[in-house]
Ligand binder design. Structure first.
Ligand code: C2O
Ligand code: CU
Ligand code: CU
Length: 494
């Protein structure tokens, strides 16, 4: 392990937030400087956790813990992780199987663990109501009842989700089923099938994670200038096969990424948040909002390196334009000189069961709102981030839904910035964006949809299986907005 003796501090007069050069890490703040060069490092593949069978139930042991992680050469950064120092293992689960997850909290502070995208009883969901106190173990139990998909899990502590995920409390969760078993897709974990958690972070001048709720970050969310892939800065992956499947999670607090390869080559998206698309969709750029997942398949050429990067000005502020974003290089892919040849992509992946708007018994309107006043920005206005004019209140149930019903939720955004809307319990389908069909790569099962300012997005869902009186959440997945109150609760009643 490289220790602080090798610390390199190159102080420069360049402001920390401006003129970011590729290859250097700038710390946050006025008068900033660099804290080191970016040194290439092998992509970490999170361990797979398959669970152990106890009387027919798959049991998983997770520990929320404090640790130190060396993101930047020579700096030990204080972090949080699950069964490790930063992020967590990939939980492997199968449709139809009963699971129990034992979550032990060794953080020294309360937390929760939420199974994002999972269809399950609300009492097992790991939202703000299922708090795990220090030294306690919470053991939710449920049966997987949904198709193969790349989901994730993360802290959902009321008012502190942003801070806890920033420090590393998140991981991926893969559901498999007979359909994906039978499809000719890359599926060798860590070889041609990679989980990829993309995040950006700020660091302080002494190499610690910088999380500050300022006027600016409450409004814009916390975004940083240091790109991480599975917690690795400057990540590279040595590919051995001609086709790579990337299960990409935008695990950032607030950044919408526009992902593309540096050589402009196209790729195929094969799955959305909730699983396979009907057919692969060819793309050259993929927009992924915080919390969203996409599985993509990319063709490689022997010996030709490519870089997966964020290409847009996602950090630039709509209102002030104060931050100019670097292109974030997330992952360098280095194909070997000889690649094993992968079979052609299947033309059809699955068949969607489209929900019919005529079956909807109800349309509910959700208006995402932010107030821009001084008190809102100072954080002294408890009503600055709202849905339908109301800030989150754990004691208030906002919507009551009847089990078995199909509903349309009409999402509106009357604020000045985009909000990724997320709901718990069920996957939905996007009916339309401002009256027109969504793009092909959004025509699948979703649990997050980005709503632009002024836009109206209609989604449709059916509430099945679970009505246990505990509340489910819906909220903006910009974590600072969620923490500031842009969240509500619904219950499903039989
Ligand atoms: Cu990703 Cu309410 O959660
Ligand atoms: Cu969720
Ligand atoms: Cu938001």
């Amino acid at each position: 392990m490289i220790k602080l003796t090798r610390r390199r501090v190159i102080t420069s007069a360049v402001a920390g937030t401006l003129a970011l050069g590729a290859g250097a890490i700038y710390w946050h703040g006025t008068g900033g400087g660099t804290i080191g060069p970016i040194i290439p490092a092998r992509l970490k593949i999170p361990a797979r956790l398959n669970g152990r069978n106890e009387q027919g139930v798959q049991v998983y042991d997770l520990t929320l813990q404090n640790g130190e992680t060396e993101f930047i050469d020579g700096y030990q950064t204080r972090t949080n992780g699950i069964n490790g120092s930063y992020l967590g293992p990939t939980l492997m689960m199968r449709n139809g199987s009963p699971v129990r997850i034992k979550v032990n909290n060794q953080l020294g502070e309360p937390s929760t663990l939420h199974w994002h995208g999972m269809h399950l009883p609300a009492s097992q969901d790991g939202g703000p109501h299922q708090m795990i106190n220090p030294n306690e173990t919470w053991s939710p139990e449920f049966t997987i009842k949904q198709k193969a998909a790349s989901l994730w899990y993360h802290s959902h502590l009321m008012g502190a989700t942003g801070a806890q995920i920033w420090r590393g409390l998140a991981g991926m969760l893969i559901i498999e089923d007979e359909q994906t078993d039978g499809l000719n897709l890359p599926k060798t974990y860590g070889v041609d099938d990679l989980p990829l958690v993309l995040q950006d972070r700020w660091f302080t001048s002494n190499g610690q994670l910088d999380y500050e709720l300022s006027m600016h970050s409450r409004m814009m969310g916390m975004s940083g200038n240091v790109p991480l892939a599975n917690g690795i800065l400057g990540a590279y992956f040595e590919a051995t096969s001609s086709r790579l499947r990337l299960r990409i999670l935008n695990g950032s607090n607030a950044s919408t990424y526009n992902l593309a390869f540096d050589n402009g080559q196209s790729f195929h998206q094969i799955a959305t948040d909730g699983g396979l698309l009907e057919a692969p969709v060819a793309l050259s750029q993929l927009r992924l909002a915080p919390g969203e997942r996409a599985e993509i398949v990319v063709d490689l050429e022997a010996g030709k390196n490519i870089v997966l990067q964020n290409q847009a000005e996602h950090l630039s502020s709509l209102m002030s334009g104060t931050e100019s974003a670097p292109a974030l290089d997330f992952l360098h892919i280095r194909p070997a000189a000889q690649l094993s040849q992968a079979p052609a992509l299947p033309l059809q992946l699955t068949q969607m069961q489209w929900l019919n708007p005529a079956d909807a018994t109800k349309t509910r309107i959700f208006d995402l709102q932010m107030s821009m006043g001084m008190s809102a920005m100072m954080g002294t206005d408890s009503n600055s981030h709202t849905i339908n004019g109301k800030a989150m209140d754990m004691q208030r149930i906002d919507e009551v839904v009847k089990l078995g019903d199909t509903e349309i939720w009409q999402l509106q955004n009357s604020s000045m910035m985009p909000h990724p809307f997320h709901m718990h319990d069920v996957q939905f389908q996007i009916l339309d964006r401002d009256g027109s069909k969504p793009p092909a790569n959004e025509q699948g099962r979703k649990d997050i949809v980005l709503v632009q300012p002024g836009e109206v997005v209609r989604i449709i869902m059916r509430f099945e299986d679970y009505a246990d009186n505990a509340p489910f959440m819906y909220h903006c997945h910009i974590l600072e907005h969620e923490d500031a109150g842009m969240m509500g609760q619904f219950v499903v009643v039989a």
